[in-house]
Design a protein around this ligand. Structure first.
Ligand code: ASP
Length: 329
């Protein structure tokens, strides 16, 4: 590292996911295998761009990450920035990336960005995208325009905001989008081009409690109310419903919400994947006007999964009263 001391410092942490996966032999299924150093060994150009600190923080498929692990990752990233890293890069599986990025973004207090990336093709597959994504993530991490934007997701040469990014395809290479908003920017020949300036961010305090649980249920045709009714008795402290259309539930679910809303915060979001919930259009039982009258919060643009994370963090720091003001209209 001595010949590189003029280069900016970056810290890279790896958590597992397809980007780190390999098959043990031809024809075998892939599993997480590569630690951070092995991942970076496939992208030698990185050493010409930055002094790299590397840490293997985990080796998991991203469906098995959890809030406790993310709080540890956050603490690690904090220390790296306090020790002089200009930015932090995290690699992980793409399956839960839209949730982990938002969780970390809500808690990240620095101007130095966290850039998260992964891969759709495993490291042992022809045409694997992990090395290209890592290189582009380093370009994003080093770009002055990335400062003050919190946690960014880099996939397929597009930069997405943590609040809007979603995985919208199961296996396609272009699997990430920011529905309704579009990407924040693009990486073009190694240069990051943002489409808009950074906006003001709201950062939450660290949760004081972590044992509480927030349920997420999806409204669907002819659904009974058994699970919905059980939410309070099972000890959940908050509920998110991925509602029909513009934020609607059936008449029988609406009746159960009369009983639940006094007991715990309830958010209704849209299950459609794009667009906001309505506020003042529909007048039937279970529609947004009825739900707001009951004290239900409507999610605005925030997708159901991100709503659950926001509510969990707010409950954890005793700030449920901020919920409505943090739901983007
Ligand atoms: N398919 C996933 C990925 O893209 C697996 C995971 O999320 O760990 O990484």
């Amino acid at each position: 590292m001595s010949g590189q001391t003029h280069l900016p410092k970056l810290s890279i942490g790896s958590l597992g996911g397809t980007v780190s996966m390999q098959a043990s032999a031809n024809g075998c299924a892939v599993v997480p295998r590569l630690g951070c150093e092995e991942l970076l060994a496939n992208v030698p150009q990185l050493r010409e761009l930055a002094q790299l600190e590397m840490a293997t923080l985990g080796l998991l498929p991203s469906a098995s990450l959890g809030f406790a692990a993310l709080l540890d990752v956050l603490a690690w990233a904090r220390v790296e920035v306090e020790r002089g890293a200009q930015a932090v890069i995290l690699t992980q599986g793409t399956d839960s990336l839209e949730e982990t990025a938002y969780f970390l973004d809500l808690l990240w207090p620095f101007d130095a960005p966290i850039v998260m990336t992964g891969a759709m093709r495993a490291a042992s597959q022809p045409g694997c995208d992990g090395p290209a994504n890592l290189l582009a993530a380093v370009n994003v991490a080093l770009a002055p325009g990335s400062r003050g934007r919190g946690v960014l997701v880099l996939m397929n040469d597009q930069v997405h905001s943590a609040a809007r990014v979603r995985k919208t395809a199961s296996l396609a290479m272009a699997a990430f989008e920011s529905p309704g908003a579009g990407a924040l920017g693009d990486v073009v020949e190694g240069v990051v081009v943002y489409r808009q300036p950074a906006t003001r961010r709201q950062v939450l305090p660290l949760p004081q409690r972590t044992e509480h649980r927030v349920a997420l249920l999806e409204a669907c045709l002819d659904a009974d109310t058994a699970l919905l009714q059980a939410v309070a008795t099972l000890g959940y402290e908050g509920l998110v419903i991925a509602g029909f259309g513009a934020g609607h539930v059936s008449g029988c679910w609406a009746q159960v919400l009369d009983m639940l809303v006094p007991a715990l915060p309830v958010i209704v979001a849209t299950r459609t994947g794009s667009g906001p919930t309505a506020r003042a259009t529909y007048g039937f039982a279970g529609a947004e006007i009825d739900l707001q009258g009951k004290g239900v919060h409507l999610a605005g643009q925030l997708c159901p999964r991100k709503c659950r994370i926001l509510l969990w963090l707010l409950i954890g720091s005793g700030r449920q009263h901020l919920l409505q003001s943090l739901l983007p209209g």
